[in-house]
Write a protein that binds this ligand. Structure first.
Ligand code: SF4
Ligand code: SF4
Length: 434
């Protein structure tokens, strides 16, 4: 694609990266067919190709973002389905991330939008605040129908509707000491997952100990930064990345690490991109690249290991591949193979490539589109008539869980169970043969 940036514009490294991405696009439009917003709305400006045009114009003209442009960029889920489809290797993720940061710097959103975004950025990345907010949400849930009445307050309604009715009790999350470890790994604590489903971390720690891996804590580690990054809050995202690079680098430099494990695939996609995000930072670039190289989704880490039998059988699992895993990390089949290897019968829904609408804070900020995608995904999963639904990302588990009567669990909980761990709490009503 021809571009018209000036040499002065291209002197800015971020603009130069954006221009290189735009130039790779050949306008073929293959990506439109797999873009969830284009599938729903049928508007070229809500397709990857249309958004690339909008972003190009905005950046070339150094224009103040127009509300119409912001609307179409905001509607993008960052699901990265377009990157899987694109035959030209367009790195849409880096382009849209840059566009979001540009919009955040130069566009003044209406007050209600600014307030809700500030609230999300101030609460979600911090487990204590998030837990407190979920506690308050339980009391405020009767207000959801009221908030649903106006577009400005709909995100508040979405927040209340997504909040669980009961919160799980925090679990003991310290790793068991392993006598003669075969390896040493850090396990990302994360922000939303330990509050919403502490069972996922507990299962992972049990499994790692059983497989002979010593999991170690990284003091100072926090939210990966994905939530604020997807809202265009670049500085906050870079701050989170630097803090985590510092925390993991201390472990790497002290006793070494075999891997940095992540059980929420949305976080994994961002951590694997730390090397890119901090590429221009002379203090962090090298260490950030090292951290990204060590980052592994838990399914990616487990897949090559020689996992022991006993196995679990007679259970049909509907596997939902999170976009961050199938498109962001290019691991579409690994969790499925892992589950099959552990004895589960695995089925996948039609439109498996389409996002469930969770997408970080998307189901709060774009509740209408997210709701349509969530309903569509849940219906496709229901049709499989499986015993349960499994996924590898907490956001998807919540988005699908509020729309399905079937239990939704993390893949690692099923692997832990198959290899000797307890039956996941979510499956208490499931009758099993063995
Ligand atoms: S990231 Fe997803 S929603 Fe955004 S343009 Fe690509 S396919 Fe469409
Ligand atoms: S598939 Fe790739 S090259 Fe074709 S229009 Fe989409 S982004 Fe551009």
């Amino acid at each position: 694609m021809r571009t018209d940036f000036t040499p002065e514009q291209l002197a800015d490294p971020a603009t130069a990266v954006a221009e290189a991405v735009i130039r790779k696009c050949v306008h073929c439009g293959f990506c439109t067919a797999t873009c969830p917003t284009y599938v729903l709305l049928g508007d070229e400006l809500d397709s990857p190709r249309g958004r690339i045009y909008l972003i190009q114009n905005m950046l070339e003209q150094e224009a103040e973002p127009a509300p119409q442009v912001v609307k179409h960029i905001d509607r993008c889920l960052s699901c990265l389905s377009c990157m899987t489809t694109c035959p030209s290797g367009v790195n849409y993720m880096h382009l849209v991330d840059h566009a979001r940061a540009y919009i955040e710097r130069r566009y003044r959103r209406p007050l209600a939008e600014r307030a809700i975004r500030a609230l999300l950025a101030a609460v979600l990345p911090y487990p204590r605040r998030f837990r407190l907010a979920l506690g308050l949400a339980r009391f405020a849930s009767p207000l959801a129908p009221l908030f649903r009445r106006t577009p400005q307050t709909r995100p508040l309604a979405a927040m209340l509707e997504l909040a669980p009715r009961t919160l799980p009790t925090p679990l003991q999350q310290d790793a068991t000491p392993v006598a003669k470890p075969v390896g040493r790994v850090a396990l990302l604590q994360g922000c939303a997952e330990p509050v919403l489903r502490p069972q996922i971390r507990a299962a992972t720690l049990r499994l790692l100990a059983r497989l002979g891996y010593q999991a170690v804590a990284a003091p100072g580690e926090g939210c990966c930064g994905a939530l604020v990054h997807h809202m265009g809050k670049e500085e906050a995202a870079l701050e989170a990345a630097r803090r985590n690079v510092d925390a993991w680098s201390r472990l790497i430099e002290a006793d070494g690490l075999d891997a940095i494990l992540i059980t929420a695939s949305g976080c994994g996609t961002t951590i694997k991109d730390y090397g890119f995000l901090l590429r221009g930072d002379p203090v962090y670039a090298e260490r950030a690249a090292r951290v990204s190289a060590l980052a592994r989704d838990i399914s990616e880490f487990l897949a090559p290991l020689d996992l022991p039998s006993p196995q679990r059988s007679g259970i049909t699992v509907a596997y939902h591949g999170a976009c961050s895993l199938q498109h962001g990390q290019k691991l579409p089949d690994v969790p499925r193979s892992l589950l099959e290897g552990a004895g589960y019968r695995v089925v996948t829904p039609t439109e498996a490539h389409l996002c469930c609408g969770s997408a970080g804070t998307y189901n709060i900020l774009q509740p209408e589109l997210a709701g349509r995608l969530g309903d569509r995904k849940a219906a496709n999963l229901e049709r499989l008539d499986a015993d349960l639904i499994a996924t590898g990302n907490i956001g998807c588990a919540v988005q699908i869980g509020v729309r399905s009567n079937r239990p939704v669990v993390h893949v690692v909980q099923l692997i832990d169970w198959a290899l000797g761990g307890p039956k996941p709490d979510e499956l208490v009503d499931l009758q099993v043969e063995n």
